[in-house]
Design a protein around this ligand. Structure first.
Ligand SMILES: NC(=O)c1ccc[n+]([C@@H]2O[C@H](COP(=O)([O-])OP(=O)(O)OC[C@H]3O[C@@H](n4cnc5c(N)ncnc54)[C@H](O)[C@@H]3O)[C@@H](O)[C@H]2O)c1
Length: 320
């Protein structure tokens, strides 16, 4: 298959592209290489992918509508894994217009390009944060998700719904995959696991919200990309599918696991829970199991061990 991966220079996008290349797909990766976090990390991810002859990288912005339409016209993709986005719940509160522009309008550009060029399947990376402060726990796809707590989730939820419209009107196969707190090697530096590791090793102060009394359904990036590949291989009309582990871990326990492995303590400042944030995420993954045969296999303990190993080898050695 010839697959477009958007956000291919990013954390999850580059893991997805790598998995597809390893099984023999042709992958075109696009990314605007923005500086939300270190551009050096993104170049490194692209360099890893560029070792594969069936990979091509195009620096492009998904908000550049004409460029996106032209790209699809020229390339004729079989499927799209759309991961490019401004992520980050807290940053979204500061720049709502920007999040709507990239995460909603950018996504619409890709949908238009896909439907005009007969793309067989469109898999969209959405987020568990669309569930907001729901009282339906574990989070299940039948929840209305109509009370997003900040602009990132609102823009993602709006794009999910537009996907339904395009599927209904134009027959675009559109699968929404909602990821639950993804972690693993090459993690984004603004994510909790990375921040805790940085704090342990460099003594940096980091906020710990609600005194660590928060639960996240941490899901290893390898399980997420397995789910994405399964979704790319199976056009389903329109579906919304949770990709999580289905087993929330308390933030405090997650931090302690990392501290134990690292043999040190993080410097944490107790900070009240933000209005934009929820206390708990927890995925019901029955639908993913049923429709995609998705079966997350990496426990949090194993995953944290592997994350720490990566951090030690790749990040600590850089700063010596
Ligand atoms: N990491 C998580 O825990 C998590 C959870 C839920 C959903 N997601 C979703 O998964 C996807 C990937 O997230 P990630 O953690 O890998 O983040 P990331 O920031 O590492 O990757 C996103 C990539 O998209 C690129 N990008 C941003 N705006 C762009 C634009 N206008 N045009 C082209 N490229 C652009 C960025 O440069 C970046 O490389 C996102 O859609 C995110 O919303 C992530």
């Amino acid at each position: 298959m010839k697959i477009l991966v958007t956000g291919a220079a990013g954390f999850i996008g580059h893991h997805l592209a790598l998995k597809l290349l390893k099984r023999g797909d042709e992958v075109v990766g696009i990314d605007n290489l923005n500086d939300y976090y270190s551009v050096e990390i993104k170049h490194k991810n692209v360099a890893t992918l560029s070792q594969y002859p069936k990979f091509r990288f195009i620096k492009e912005d998904i908000t550049n509508r004409q460029a996106i339409l032209d790209l699809f016209e020229a390339e004729k993709f079989d499927a799209v894994g759309h991961l490019a986005a401004m992520a980050g719940v807290r940053n979204a509160v500061l720049y709502p217009d920007f999040y709507v522009k990239v995460d909603y309008n950018g996504t619409q550009n890709l949908m238009d390009a896909a439907r005009h060029n007969n793309v067989g399947n469109f898999v969209f990376a959405s987020t568990s944060s669309v569930y907001g402060a729901t009282d339906q726990i574990p989070f299940v796809e039948t929840d209305a998700c109509d009370r997003p707590l900040q602009p990132y989730s609102a823009a993602k939820r709006a794009a999910e719904m537009l996907g339904f419209t395009y599927s209904h009107l134009f027959g675009l196969n559109f699968t929404v995959t909602r990821f639950f707190t993804v972690y693993g090697p090459s993690s984004r530096p603004d994510m909790m696991a990375y921040l805790v590791a940085d704090s342990i090793t460099k003594g940096k102060e980091i906020p710990i919200y609600n005194n660590g009394e928060m639960w996240r359904d941490w899901t290893h990036v390898s399980d997420i990309t397995d789910g994405l590949v399964l979704a790319l291989d199976k056009p389903l009309g329109y579906e919304v599918i949770n990709l999580g582990r289905g087993e929330p871990t308390k933030l405090k326990d997650f931090v302690e696991m990392l501290e134990e492995m690292a043999g040190g303590k993080a410097t944490m400042v107790d900070t009240p829970k933000l209005k934009a944030d929820v206390v708990k995420t927890w995925a019901n993954i029955d639908k993913a199991q049923k429709l995609l045969n998705y079966n997350p296999s990496i426990s949090v303990l194993e995953g944290v061990k592997e994350f720490w190993q990566w951090y030690k080898e790749e990040i600590m050695t850089q700063h010596k």
